[in-house]
Design a protein around this ligand. Structure first.
Ligand code: GLY
Length: 341
């Protein structure tokens, strides 16, 4: 472990201890000043001041970062890096929260959501897309080849096939078996931190100083057919402004959409918040607004133009992978802000 990461972990824990018992009610009362108080002492703001930088949600971010790094270390663009990075999770059949092998909806159909955004404020998105293993690449095609931002369902599939993407069965035996077992009770209850996986969201800052982001998921397991989460929604699951920074979210999409998670984080960075403070504030708001924050997880990560990063979550267990010119690829445990009253 590099010295800077060791220092971060040490100071980070001290910072969390300093938070004391911060209840959901207190979070609500503190409103916008909460994040600054919560994040006192956290030193993630001190790491990663040298570009290029890539960070991505959950443990699958390690492999994704490595792939993205091949682009970044050769002076490639952050856009290519984030697309190639998240494709690793999409292609992994053992990853049951993204792409191939994702848990299906309650009708047994794997439906995918993804979006991508570049430093020129261009973006593309697909939602409720079936049969295509790399929705992130279809999203990029939407951005680059159409006058639109978002295509959904059959229209997205039709477009993907026109672009040369091949149909394939995304439902693996393992995910089909899990779904058949789920059918026995048919109880919809999204689980917090499923196997340290969920949406993969990635942000990268390249050698030229440009930020891009990508976000891709199979969504909540056993969701209603037709349900779309936050991951393809620009401003919710992903947002960036190359003058300021970027953010991506993971966890229960409905909660992220209701709080416009990623765009709020970026706007807070614009106002002078550090990425850590911005993530804390988004999470604090979600805790204060949601009826049952105890039973849902959301994680947010963010990056600013200087390569400073941050991440925060409602509950323990959310982490993100970070890799930069100065930082070996490794997991950072995000602080968690929900405390029982
Ligand atoms: N964040 C992924 C989803 O809720 O679909």
């Amino acid at each position: 472990m590099s010295q800077s990461r060791k220092e971060f972990l040490k100071t980070g824990v001290a910072g969390l201890a300093g938070m004391g018992t911060f209840t959901a009610t207190q979070v609500a009362a503190k409103e916008s000043s909460a994040a600054k108080k919560i994040s006192n002492g956290l030193s993630s703001d001190k790491i990663n001041t040298v570009k290029p930088v890539v960070l991505s949600t959950w443990i699958h971010g390690i492999v994704a970062n490595e792939e993205a790094w091949k682009v970044l270390e050769n002076g490639g663009t952050s856009l290519d890096a984030v697309e190639l990075g998240v494709k690793t999770a999409e292609a992994d059949p053992t990853n049951q929260s993204v792409g191939l092998g994702g848990f299906p909806d309650r009708e047994g159909r794997v439906t995918l959501d993804a979006c991508i955004m570049n430093h020129e404020q261009q973006c593309g998105s697909v939602a409720f897309l079936e049969h295509i293993v790399h929705p992130i690449s279809v999203a990029r095609k939407v951005m680059e080849e159409t006058p639109h931002v978002m295509l959904v369902g059959n229209g997205a599939l039709q477009f993907a096939e026109q672009q040369g993407f091949k149909r394939q069965n995304l439902l693996t035996e393992a995910s089909e078996n899990a779904w058949r077992k789920w059918l026995e009770d048919s109880k919809y209850a999204p689980v917090i931190n499923v196997e340290n996986h969920d949406t993969i969201g990635m942000l990268a800052l390249d050698d030229s100083g440009n930020i891009s982001g990508a976000c891709t998921t199979s969504g909540a397991a056993y969701k209603m057919h037709g349900r779309v989460g936050d991951s393809p929604i620009i401003g919710a699951g992903l947002y960036l402004d190359n003058e300021v920074g970027g953010a991506v979210a993971t966890g229960l999409g409905e909660a992220v959409i209701r709080s416009a998670g990623a765009s709020v984080a970026v706007e807070l960075i614009r106002q002078g918040y550090t990425p850590q403070q911005a993530c804390d504030e988004v999470i604090a708001r979600i805790i204060s607004k949601e009826k049952e924050p105890k039973s849902l997880q959301v994680g947010v990560i963010a990056l600013n133009k200087q390569g400073v990063v941050g991440g925060s979550a409602i509950h323990p267990g959310f982490n993100y992978a970070l890799l930069s010119k100065e930082q070996e690829n490794g997991m950072i445990d995000a602080p968690h802000l929900f405390k029982e009253e």
